[in-house]
Design a protein around this ligand. Sequence first.
Ligand code: ITT
Length: 224
Amino acid sequence: MKGLKNDEITIVIATNNRDKVTEIKPLLENIAPDISVHSLADLQVDIEIEETEETLEGNAKLKTDAVFNHLSDRFPCLITVADDTGLAVSGLNGAPGVYSARFAPMPEGKSPTYDDNVRHLLRTMENIADRKATFRTVIALKGRIPGDSSPYMFETTVEGFVEGEITREKTGNKGFGYDPVFWVNSAQATFAQMSTDEKNRLSHRSLAVKKAVEELRRLLILKP
Ligand code: ITT
């Protein structure tokens, strides 16, 4: 890490989901001044990554690997950050979990919208009393930063979660995905009733990203 300047470090958020970028970017920009943080869209990278693993960790790592390999030649000092998130509902034995993006059944070749998934969840849970639910985010990090004598490679995952309940109807119009039906116990509101800043004070994603920031600061300061 000798002589490394922040403006030589490129962090790329490995997601095609713009709503995640809105939440993650301001938190990563906190790491240190001058570090550049980009989304795939900022870099005009068009890459489809199929989520073939059965765990959030596995899918998050697939995304950091794919984007790291894609951009490795372009940036000498590169850190890729990926998020995989699942909603686990107690009364549905943990579903939709790792399949949260693809919960509502759709015709071949069509992906469900956020609204399709929310409507399917409310319909599936019409007669279910146990509405306890947990949002869990796994953030994977993969990086190459200069080491003492050769480049230092690292890979790790961190996670964050928040407990809540699935409401009986949609409440609020902010956020994305299942936010209008996820009642956050500690805030007594749904995520869709919160601004990005408010959600970022307590969400599963922000807790995971804050741990990732700590880990990155440690690596960048320790200069392994
Ligand atoms: P990438 O894989 O490109 O990052 P994705 O939308 O496929 O984006 P995930 O598989 O991690 O992302 O997310 C699964 C789904 O869970 C997502 O499509 C949303 O419907 C929902 N979701 C994720 N984070 C959420 C949040 O903070 N609030 C509400 N719903 C969320």
